[in-house]
Design a protein around this ligand. Structure first.
Ligand code: SF4
Length: 126
């Protein structure tokens, strides 16, 4: 089972191999590969706080994101905007449905300050 915080659905759906470290990128790729190989299986559990992607991130310190305030705001925003409920069990196929709910104006508002904003903007909306 993979744990997903809400804003990471957007990160994974627009992922282009960029990340905070090579370990982090490898971890995301491993998760995506497993999900894509089993598209109907409910392998994702929606959680609050650090998740499976965070496990290999250098910004995770003592089990918590060092940017916790900012990323928790993103989680809260996308939980509402994309109708992602904490505790839900979802599949890769469900992720594709979530993708259709990402509106460009919401993405620009919520993710504007992210390092990979331009890459994700292009991937999601071009
Ligand atoms: S630890 Fe923070 S910066 Fe790293 S992936 Fe998790 S939420 Fe993102």
């Amino acid at each position: 089972m993979f744990l997903f915080r809400p804003h990471h659905f957007v990160c994974f759906l627009s992922f282009q191999g960029k990340g905070y470290s090579s370990d982090f990128v490898d971890g995301v790729n491993e998760i995506l590969t497993t999900l894509k190989d089993n598209p109907q299986e409910k392998l994702i559990s929606v959680v609050q706080g650090c998740d499976s992607a965070c496990e290999k991130c250098p910004n995770r310190k003592f089990g918590k994101c060092q940017y916790d305030e900012a990323v928790s705001e993103k989680d809260s925003a996308y939980s509402t905007l994309l109708n992602i409920t904490y505790g839900n069990k979802l599949s890769f196929s469900d992720m594709q449905k979530i993708r259709t709910r990402i509106r460009k104006e919401d993405f620009i508002k919520v993710c504007a300050k992210c390092l990979w904003f331009d890459i994700c903007l292009h991937n999601l909306f071009q």
